[in-house]
Write a protein that binds this ligand. Structure first.
Ligand code: F6R
Length: 242
């Protein structure tokens, strides 16, 4: 595991965007695994800026996102599709037919997950998977205690994740209770993994996940077993590491 120290959030974003853009330059038809959440927003903004300058071409890129809320359609501003479209897809020359997320509107969970596993397999697997890190160590919506063997599956969100999401919804009742997420097995099959982490509030979980024991209680700890992981974290997020 390679840990790259960034000065602050914008430096983290630029460094992460550099790694993603190198991937696109090296393999223009690559498959990027993408994440939502607040951490990668600056990374996407940087990629958009380089695209606008003519330095990046997304025309052959395929994207597969980590997760989507069950029950939210693409027009819902809280859906992850909406987020991705808003932050990246509509701002670059990516072909929308090559942007994939689990189908939040598919009520049959088994079908939604099977279909998504097929999408990833047919794309040829993920070349570079971008991840954020949850305060409880979750990656995607893989919450503490889940089996590392899982492929795409439907999860009941924990109380703490629902509370963290509440700020985006008008009331707690509107917060989705379930989501479809790539599983740890799916994530671990990516050829390369890039984790972005920012802020002092993530310092404790960074230490636990990347320097503590490998345990399903801290899902991100499994990344220690992957042979090509780069963590780009700012000084605040690395402040508990000696
Ligand atoms: C997002 C995702 C989540 C987030 C994590 C960190 O698609 O699957 O695992 O990466 O919750 O979120 P932020 O970046 O908002 O701290």
């Amino acid at each position: 595991m390679k840990i790259i120290k960034a000065r602050d959030y914008s430096d983290m974003s630029r460094k992460a965007a550099n790694i993603i853009s190198a991937q696109i330059i090296m393999k223009p038809n690559c498959v990027l695994g993408l994440a939502t959440g607040s951490t990668p927003i600056g990374t996407y903004a940087q990629l958009v800026e380089w695209y606008q300058k003519g330095d990046l071409d997304f025309s052959e890129v395929t994207t597969v996102n980590l997760d989507e809320y069950k029950g939210l359609d693409r027009e819902n501003e809280q859906s992850y599709y909406y987020f991705m479209n808003d932050k990246l897809f509509r701002r670059v020359n990516i072909s929308l037919e090559r942007t994939f997320l689990p189908d939040g509107m598919e009520p049959d969970s088994d079908k939604a997950c099977r279909d998504y596993n097929r999408v990833i397999a047919e794309a040829g697997g993920v070349d570079l998977q971008l991840l954020g890190l949850g305060h409880n160590g979750h990656i995607g919506f893989n919450e503490p205690g889940m089996a590392f063997e899982a492929e795409t599956h439907c999860v009941n969100l924990t109380e703490s994740t629902m509370k963290a999401n509440q700020r985006f919804f008008s009331s707690m009742e509107d917060v989705p209770r379930q989501a479809y997420t790539m599983g740890i097995k799916t994530i671990m099959q990516a050829k390369k993994i890039l984790v972005v982490v920012s802020g002092a509030d993530k310092a404790a979980i960074v230490k636990e996940a990347f320097f503590g024991p490998i345990t399903p209680q801290v899902q991100a700890s499994v990344l220690q077993l992957h042979n090509d992981v780069t963590v780009v974290a700012d000084e605040a997020a690395l402040s508990e590491i000696g």
